[in-house]
Design a protein around this ligand. Structure first.
Ligand code: 5MM
Length: 340
């Protein structure tokens, strides 16, 4: 198959109405933090057991079209020996892989960060493809403060995102481009809108410079929200209106699907915000989810590291997947929270 046909087939599977992406690509330190919160030690076996339980959830493929895995998970197996990427694919869930290697401080730009991982990326993608990965993800992070993010950080991260996306497409791997504007701080929603708009402008300029085919990529942005330390928080209608205004100004209609990250919103908030956006009339792109915490938090609380809680863990995950699937087509209502 040519790289173009591979990209087309993968994008069709990922831009599926009523479904979204499960972000299960927590790196070592992040999954250790999540496990610590439920009193579980982050051993390789615990990580395998948990991620295997999630991917074995009966019926998950109805609402989840793709899963972003961490490198370790790509090589792990379910209890019956089936490789986890194969288990996902059998459920109708396309396996993907986080390919950035994390962020570091941007030199000479205090408070700004840059994401690494471009060296040897083409070769790594070859290996990941052999293990079943068909799409990839790279996350750039932007802190908001009165003077942040600086121009250099906005430009450098856009350039890295675009180079990553171009390398992926050359290898027949669909890139998810994830510019995350963090919600830490006491800034207003207007300031978040200003920063998000500047970031997305720069990202799409860079994608154009590098010849990235917009039809064969997904965007994973943060929603436009006030800083979490701001006393004036925003409801779903305001979040939806502000987010859509920024997206309509910056994201070309050729991008098939926008899959939001949850960024620290509660599971219910993330679902309600997505629902509000999908209620605001037709948009040029699908508006769906690629949540990590907003899908997994209730599942982790139910699991508690105990194998006899695997079914509760799966039920909790399936519930959030189903509700977000409904929100991605504007059919979620708060009353659905009370169902099983
Ligand atoms: C699942 O978390 C992902 C990995 O984070 P680290 O590399 O920091 O360990 C993260 O990239 C995730 O895909 C996105 O931030 C979306 O997750 P949330 O929890 O924000 O929805």
């Amino acid at each position: 198959m040519s790289a173009t046909s591979e990209l087309q087939a993968t994008i069709e599977a990922l831009a599926r109405q009523g479904a979204g992406i499960l972000a299960a690509d927590e790196s070592g330190p992040t999954i250790a933090k999540r496990f610590k919160a439920i009193g579980v030690e982050s051993t390789e076996e615990n990580r395998r057991a948990y991620r295997s339980a999630m991917l074995s959830t009966p019926g998950l493929g109805q609402y989840i079209c793709g899963v972003i895995l961490y490198e370790e998970t790509l090589g792990q197996r379910a209890d019956d020996g089936e490789p986890l990427p194969q288990l996902a694919a059998r459920q109708g869930i396309v396996p993907g892989i986080k390919v950035d290697t994390g962020k570091i401080p941007l030199a000479l730009a205090p408070g700004d960060e840059i994401t690494q991982g471009l060296d040897g990326l083409a070769q790594r993608l070859d290996g990941y493809k052999q293990l079943g990965a068909r799409f990839a993800k790279w996350r750039a992070v932007y802190n908001i403060a009165p003077t942040l993010p600086g121009r250099a950080a906005v430009e450098a991260n856009a350039e890295s995102l675009a180079r990553y996306a171009a390398i992926c497409q050359a290898q027949g791997v669909v890139p998810i481009v994830e510019p995350e504007v963090l919600l830490d701080g006491d800034h207003t929603i207007a300031r978040c809108a200003e920063v998000t708009q500047a970031v997305l402008h720069e990202v799409f300029h860079a994608l154009h410079r590098h010849g990235v085919v917009l039809e064969h990529m997904l965007l994973k942005p943060s929603m436009v929200v006030p800083g979490k330390a701001n006393a004036l928080q925003a409801g779903p209608e305001e979040v939806a209106a502000q987010t859509l205004r920024v997206l309509r100004r910056t994201v070309p209609a050729a991008v098939p699907s926008i899959n939001f990250l949850s960024g620290g919103q509660s599971p219910e908030e993330a679902t309600a915000n997505l629902q509000a956006m999908n209620q605001m009339g037709p948009q040029p792109w699908l508006l769906s989810f690629s949540y990590g915490r907003a899908l997994q938090d209730p599942a982790q609380k139910a699991w508690q590291g105990k194998s006899d809680h695997a079914r509760d863990c799966q039920n909790a995950l399936l519930k959030r997947a189903r509700l977000n699937g409904a929100a991605s087509v504007g059919k979620y209502s708060e009353a659905m929270e009370r169902g099983d």
